[in-house]
Design a binder for this molecule. Structure first.
Ligand SMILES: Cc1cc2nc3c(=O)[nH]c(=O)nc-3n(C[C@H](O)[C@H](O)[C@H](O)COP(=O)(O)O)c2cc1C
Length: 261
């Protein structure tokens, strides 16, 4: 696989979901850079992302039960793939998290939203082929400098700052230093309701990602969350000097990362 930008490693530690945005529009060069990445970053060709130069307010309007209505963003990115194709969810998560980390590097705020948005409003903005599903969106813009009261409430509901301990999510020995860097990066990944549905099995030269089992509820596929964690694994491994490649696997496994020989 192509090397990932090394700046994405720092971004893992800075990124937080942001839901309240400032009216100031991001500079044109930043948006052009994100548009270019949307076109060119296709690590799994089945998934793609498209930046929409419109406010996402319509996309979030009237959402009942949304646990963090998003307001005021300048633009948004839609994360797309064909409906019902094997491995599309993890591919969307992996690809989308690349965009999220790049936006973070550019100083822009984001928030993965896979459940509480209106796909029909996205379709009104984009000419999508039949059978292509909008798996998720993220607002893109300058977040308000401080968390608003709304932000604090929603961060509290999802306990967004908390992450599971490594011994709760890892099996096998983290015998190789890159494995620890990779799973520590993966542990910080965002997930729907911060449920962290990923598990990692370490073996010589590899890390296998699987879900914690159980069924998906609504529009919150666990394999999408696992795809996001896969991106953090790859960025962490590369940072530790151990780039590698992914093999996609069938449920309940998601994918195995093998370091390059
Ligand atoms: C796939 C996915 C879907 C999400 N859906 C929503 C959503 O519908 N509404 C929302 O406010 N936040 C949503 N989130 C954001 C999570 O609540 C957030 O990532 C988690 O609480 C961890 O917080 P952090 O991103 O600040 O680290 C989603 C995150 C992911 C990864």
């Amino acid at each position: 696989m192509e090397p990932l930008p090394s700046s994405w490693y720092q971004a893992i530690f800075i990124r937080k979901s942001r839901r309240s945005f400032h009216p100031r529009r991001p500079e044109e060069d930043k948006i052009v850079r994100l548009e270019k990445l949307c076109r060119e970053f296709r690590p799994f060709p089945v998934a793609r992302a498209e930046l929409v130069r419109k406010s996402p307010d319509e996309v979030f309007r009237g959402i009942v039960g949304g646990y963090g209505r998003i307001t005021g963003a300048s633009y948004y990115i839609a994360f797309l793939g064909p409906e019902g194709v094997p491995h599309v969810e993890e591919a969307v998560g992996y690809t989308g998290e690349g965009l999220i980390l790049e936006a973070t590097v550019l100083g822009l705020g984001t928030c993965w939203v896979s459940g509480f948005f209106r796909p029909a409003a996205v379709r009104a903005h984009l000419d999508l082929p039949e059978g292509e599903r909008v798996f998720a969106v993220t607002p893109v813009g300058y977040a308000e400098r401080e968390y608003t009261i709304k932000d604090r409430i929603y961060r509290g509901i999802a306990a967004s700052g908390k992450r599971k301990r490594l011994d709760e999510i890892v099996s096998g020995d983290l015998a190789e230093p890159w494995q620890r860097t990779a799973v520590e990066a993966a542990r910080l990944a965002p997930s729907a309701s911060n449920r962290q549905p990923w598990r990692f099995a370490a073996a010589p030269g590899s890390l296998t990602v699987r879900t914690d089992g159980g069924k998906d509820v609504g529009r919150f596929p666990k394999r999408l969350d696992c795809g996001i964690a896969m991106m953090h694994v790859a960025v962490g491994a590369q940072e530790a000097g151990a780039p590698g490649r992914w093999t996609l696997l069938d449920a309940p496994d998601v994918a195995r990362f093998d370091i390059s020989a």
